[in-house]
Every structure is written in C-alpha cells, then in structure tokens.
Ligand binder design. Structure first.
Ligand SMILES: C[S@@+](CC[C@H](N)C(=O)[O-])C[C@H]1O[C@@H](n2cnc3c(N)ncnc32)[C@H](O)[C@@H]1O
Length: 388
C-alpha cells in the first residue's frame, strides 16, 4: 500500500501523550512539533488512527511541504503538488483552514484563493477539464505557514475527533473529550483503580475513563470524511479497523468510576451522555456537593476540572471552594488528585503545593494541571495491585 506522512494535531502541551498513542498503535513517528505529531502510515493507518486515537484532534494526510515567500511562489509550489494522485476528477477541494505564524504570507483569504486556483489549474491540465465539476467527495485542505515553510494537508477526519458522538448534552464549561482523555492518560490511573470526578459536569472524565477501561475506541460510533475517498482508501480498510475495534471491547470489565456534581440537571445530562457512549453501567453518577466527598477505600484518584471562575459572579466563591477541595482531599487516605483549572490561586487555597504542575492550553485559555501524588498501592505477591 502507498505510504503517506500523516499529521495528527493535538492540544498544546500534550504531544507526548499522543506520540505514545501513535507508537502503541504501531506507527513510526517522523516529527513532533508544538501541537502536532507526524507519523508514517498507509490507507489502513488513516482508518485506524481516526478510530483509535483518543488524544488527536484530527488526522491529516500531508501532500506537500515547501517554502513560499510570495504569492507567486505559493501558486507555483501548490500547482507542482501531484493533486491527481489524491483527488478524483470530480473532487471538491478547497482550503478549509489556513494558519500562519512568523511568515510573510498571512492573509487567510488570499492564501485560500491562490491555493484553490493552483489546485484547479493542475487538475484541469491533468484531467483535461475545462472546469472542475466538484460534484464528488470532499477533500478539504488544512495549510500551516511557519517561518515561511508551508505544510499542505488534506483533512481525513471531517468533524474534529473530540466529537465522539456521545456528548449531546453539555454543562456550562465542558472540557473537550480529547483533552480529558489525555489528562487521564497522563496519570498512572488504570482500570483496577478508583476514579472520582467530584465536579463531573456532563461526565467527560468518567465517560472517557470508562471507555478506556472497556477498550471502547473513541471513533467506533462516528463517521469520518475519508470514508468517501474510494480512490485512496479501500472499504476493506475501514471494515478491518472497525472489526479490530469491536473485538477489543469488553464492557463487562469491573471498574469503580464515579461522577458527582452539585447540579442535579447536569448529572442527568451526564447519565444520558454515558448511555450514548455505552458506559452508563460502568459509572455511578450522583448529585453531591464537594463538601460531602468521601470514600472508604484507599489509593483512589480524583481527576477533575473544578469551577475556575468562568462567570464573574463565581470568582468570589473560588477561595472557599478550593479550601473545601483541600479539606476533602486531606480526609481521603492515600489518594492522588489531578486538577485542571485556570484558577491561579488553587494551590494556596487547597493548602498544599502540587507535586507536579503542567501548563496546558485549553484553546486560548492558559490552565494548570496540578498533580498531587498519593503513594502507590502495595504489590501483591502475584505482582497484581491490591485495593485496600
Ligand atoms: C468546569 S465544570 C466541569 C465540566 C466537566 N468536566 C465537563 O466536561 O462537563 C465545573 C462543574 O462543577 C460543578 N460545581 C460547582 N460547584 C460545586 C460544588 N460545590 N460541588 C460539586 N460540584 C460543583 C458545576 O455544576 C459544574 O458542572
């Protein structure tokens, strides 16, 4: 099968998590940059990456890379790309998104217009067309300019991969599914350990954790744009990837995953979302304020994003709320706690400095991932871990 360079964009700061996922899927990494990881793969890899990667925002097929300092150069270099190798005669192809950092060319609308013209010119010549009919499948382009180096790629995913299809109801400030999955994967949590999200909102952390535990691939219940690309991806590749994902599901797995929130309506929404994700039987959701958080067992994990003052009127309540978090955490024996929040005084009010702190951009918002590490549970003689 033809080999391609594939690019998976991700949240800034979480490249290492995505890199590991791609290696675990069996592909060779070619480059890691801020906010994206590139790897090598064939048509089958496009299907598997879309279906299995939990922390990638999308999967792009790289078709060109060159320097362009002027629009003439951009036109010529774009026209030199062998578009006929990627696009059928009736393809609908356009620059869906152009981004530019530290480059001479930066006007998205001009970049879009000139590159589109170059693609059309090449296709007209190759297919001997007066006009491109554009009646067929969509091949949207994503183009990045960085220090005048242009990367041209076709989006294989369509809707962003954080849209797993299960979250139709959201709370006030939901975390994206890809970010939640990455934050869980950054911790040592495994399916045999307790996980509690005391501010679960629409349930994203518990649902992503349950999907990981049950081996449910994030893309199993959605479609992808490149399913229509009969010229590049044989149907069999999609069927094989779906079969592989289906065989991995074990929803009889035993887990202890809980989601709490002070808001009863939000808990209802979380239950609905979990049902759509096929993991409602694996999560205990309950309306409960943080002040009432307790757990009889040891060595559990709190993974959560507490309110961070999204709305101005909530800001004044943050010191008291984070003090409560600190108190409830202190009362839990041997637990670890991982909190993502934009609240700058979190450690002061929790009353303890985090063992590790990681800066993560959630869109344009700077947030911190505070990591309070509890002890590891003692090993059983067999090598298994125990939960006291
Ligand atoms: C930033 S949101 C969490 C969003 C969630 N991660 C999601 O993906 O939907 C914070 C949540 O904390 C809840 N909350 C606010 N005060 C609370 C309290 N004292 N105890 C428990 N939950 C609280 C809010 O109802 C809200 O759903």
């Amino acid at each position: 099968m033809v080999r391609y360079e594939l690019i998976a964009p991700c949240h800034f700061g979480l490249e290492a998590v995505l890199k590991k996922e791609i290696i675990d899927l069996g592909y060779e990494i070619t480059e890691v940059e801020n906010g994206r990881v590139s790897f090598e793969g064939d048509a089958e890899a496009i299907c598997r990456a879309n279906i299995f990667l939990r922390t990638a925002e999308r999967v792009l097929l790289k078709v060109g890379g060159f320097q362009a300092l002027t629009f003439d150069e951009l036109f010529e270099r774009t026209r030199e790309i062998p578009w006929e190798n990627y696009l059928p005669k009736d393809a609908k192809c356009w620059v869906k998104k152009a981004s530019s950092i530290n480059s001479k060319l930066f006007s998205p609308s001009d970049i879009q217009r000139i590159m589109k013209k170059a693609v059309v010119r090449r296709m007209q010549a190759e297919y001997d067309l007066e006009q491109m009919p554009e009646t067929g499948s969509e091949y949207p382009l994503r183009v990045f300019f960085y220090k005048d180096q242009v990367t041209v790629a076709i989006d294989t995913s369509g809707d962003s991969l954080h849209k797993r299809g299960y979250r139709q109801l959201t709370s006030k400030a939901p975390i994206t599914e890809t970010l939640a999955a990455a934050l869980i994967m950054l911790t040592p949590w495994k399916k045999d350990r307790i996980l509690v999200d005391p501010f679960c909102g629409s349930g994203t952390f518990p649902i992503e954790a349950a999907m990981i535990a049950a081996g449910i691939a994030p893309g199993l219940n959605r479609s992808f744009l490149s399913e229509d690309w009969k010229n590049l991806i044989p149907r069999k590749c999609w069927y094989d990837a779906i079969d592989e994902a289906s065989e991995m599901v074990d929803d009889t797995v035993e887990v202890d995953i809980q989601g709490y929130d002070i808001d009863g309506e939000v808990i209802k929404a979380a239950r609905e979302n979990a049902k759509r994700a096929g993991v409602d039987h694996l999560i205990h959701f309950q309306q409960r304020p943080i002040a009432e958080l307790s757990h009889p067992k040891k060595y559990g994990f709190i993974i959560s994003n507490p309110p961070y003052g999204e709305r101005l009127e909530e800001k004044k309540d943050l010191p008291a709320l984070y003090r409560q978090i600190g108190e409830r955490y202190k009362a839990l024996d041997s637990w670890s706690m991982y909190l993502i929040t934009a609240y700058e005084d979190a450690e002061r009010d929790i009353g303890r400095k985090a063992d590790k702190n990681r800066k993560i951009y959630n869109g344009m918002m700077k947030t911190y991932y505070y990591q309070f590490m509890g002890p590891r549970p003692p090993k059983r003689k067999t090598g298994d871990t125990v939960e006291a």
